[in-house]
Design a protein around this ligand. Structure first.
Ligand SMILES: Cc1cc2nc3c(=O)[nH]c(=O)nc-3n(C[C@H](O)[C@H](O)[C@H](O)COP(=O)(O)O)c2cc1C
Length: 349
C-alpha cells in the first residue's frame, strides 16, 4: 500500500475527532475555522501531503469535461477563496458563491443550526458575500485547482423582484469571461420573495435575459459558457412539468436540483426545527432524488441535471444518478462525513 494511502487513511480517522471538536462550537464559527484551517494547510502544503488525489473518472457534460462526478455545492465557499484546498480534497468541480452584484452582510446571527440527530442543517444565511467583483478576484487567485469552477450568482436583498433580472445580468456578464459555468440561483428560501421567480412566467423571462446575454457574449468572445438554473425541492408535479417545458424551450444548458427545503416534516419535534431557513442533509435525500426523477422525466436528455440534496453515501449518489443526474454535488454530507465521502462516491460511480 503506497505511503500516501496510509496518510490518507490517518486523515480520515482524524476527521471524526476534528468534527467532534468543531460540533461543540457555534456552527458558523466552526465553519469559518474549518475554512481558515483548510486554506492554511493548503498554503503550507500539508493538505496535499495528507490527501491522495482521487481516481480520474471524467464526465463530459454541457460541453465541459469534469475530472470526476463529485462537486462542491454552492454556499460553502461563498467568498471563493478556498478553491485550491477544496480541489486538493478531491472535488472535481467547485461551485462558489452565491455572489450578488453588491456585497451584503446577510441575515443576523445566529443563522446556521445543526440537527445532528437528523444529520441535517438549517440555514438562513441570506447570501452573505463579498460581492461579485471581490468574489471573482478571489476566485482568480486560485492557482492549483485543475477542475471546473462554477460561479453561482444571485440578486441583492434590496433589489426588488421586478429588477431581479438586472442583478442576474450584471453578475452574469462579470462572471462570463472567467467562469467555466454559471449558475443562477433563484431558489434560496432566505432572500424574501426569491422563490417567486420560479413561476413559469418569471423563470421564462430570466432564462431569456441570460440566454440573450450568453449569445451576445459568445459572439463577442468566441467562448461559450454554459449556464444552469438551480431549483428548490419544494415544487409540485404541475410546477415541475411547467418549468421543464420553459427550460427545454428556452435552451437552458443544465439544471441543478435541488436547493434546501422549507419543509420540516422530517425533523418535527427537534428543538432547532422551529428555526426559519432552508433544511439540508439526510431529511432531503429521498425527496431531492424524487424531484430529480420528475425533472428528468420532463426534460429528457435535452437539459442535463446536476443532483444535490442529502448525499451521505455512495449509494445516495448512485440513486441520484439512477434518477437522471449526470453529476452530483455535496454540502451537508461533506460537513458530516468529510473528504472520504468524495472518494467513496468516485470509486462507486
Ligand atoms: C449553510 C448553507 C448555505 C448555503 N448557501 C447556498 C448558496 O449561497 N447558494 C446556493 O445556491 N445554495 C446554497 N446552499 C444549498 C446547497 O448548495 C445545497 O443545494 C443544499 O444544501 C442541498 O444539498 P445538501 O443536502 O448536500 O446540503 C446552502 C446550503 C447550506 C447548508
Amino acid at each position: 500500500m503506497p505511503i500516501f494511502r496510509h496518510i490518507f487513511l490517518v486523515l480520515n480517522l482524524l476527521y471524526p475527532a476534528a468534527r467532534a471538536v468543531l460540533f461543540r462550537i457555534d456552527a458558523e464559527r466552526a465553519h469559518h475555522l474549518s475554512m481558515k484551517g483548510l486554506r492554511a494547510s493548503e498554503n503550507l502544503g500539508i493538505l496535499g501531503a495528507l490527501t491522495s488525489p482521487p481516481e480520474k473518472k471524467p464526465v463530459t457534460f454541457a460541453g465541459l469535461t469534469f475530472p470526476n462526478p463529485v462537486g462542491l455545492a454552492a454556499g460553502l465557499d461563498k467568498e471563493a477563496n478556498t478553491i485550491d484546498a477544496l480541489g486538493t480534497m478531491g472535488f472535481g468541480h467547485v461551485e462558489v458563491g452565491t455572489l450578488t452584484p453588491k456585497p451584503q452582510d446577510g441575515n443576523e446571527s445566529p443563522r446556521l443550526f445543526r440537527l445532528p440527530e437528523h444529520q441535517a442543517l438549517i440555514n438562513r444565511m441570506g447570501f452573505n458575500n463579498p460581492g461579485i467583483d471581490q468574489g471573482l478576484a478571489n476566485a482568480r487567485s486560485s492557482t492549483s485547482f485543475k477542475g471546473i469552477i462554477g460561479i453561482n450568482i444571485g440578486k441583492n436583498k434590496v433589489t426588488p423582484n421586478e429588477q431581479a433580472n438586472d442583478d442576474y445580468a450584471i453578475a452574469f456578464e462579470k462572471s462570463y469571461p472567467w467562469a467555466d459555468y454559471i449558475t443562477a440561483n433563484f431558489s434560496s428560501p432566505n432572500t424574501p420573495g426569491l422563490r417567486d421567480l420560479q413561476s413559469e412566467d418569471a423563470a421564462g423571462r430570466l432564462l431569456e435575459v441570460l440566454k440573450n446575454l450568453q449569445t451576445k457574449l459568445h459572439q463577442e468572445t468566441g467562448r461559450y459558457v454554459p449556464f444552469a438554473l438551480k431549483v428548490a425541492p419544494d415544487l409540485d408535479q404541475e410546477q415541475i412539468s411547467g418549468l421543464s417545458r420553459v427550460f427545454r424551450d428556452g435552451g437552458l444548458d443544465f439544471l441543478i436540483a435541488t436547493n434546501t427545503t422549507i419543509s420540516r416534516d422530517a425533523v418535527k419535534g427537534h428543538p432547532n426545527a422551529k428555526e426559519a431557513g432552508g433544511l439540508s442533509g439526510a431529511p432531503l435525500t429521498q425527496h431531492s432524488t424524487e424531484i430529480i426523477a420528475a425533472f428528468h422525466a420532463g426534460l429528457g436528455e435535452a437539459v442535463p441535471i446536476i443532483g444535490a440534496g442529502g448525499i451521505f453515501t455512495a449509494e445516495d449518489a448512485l440513486a441520484k444518478r439512477d434518477a437522471g443526474a449526470k453529476l452530483i454535488q455535496l454540502y451537508t454530507g461533506f460537513v458530516y462525513r468529510g473528504p472520504q465521502l468524495i472518494h467513496d462516491i468516485i470509486k462507486a460511480w
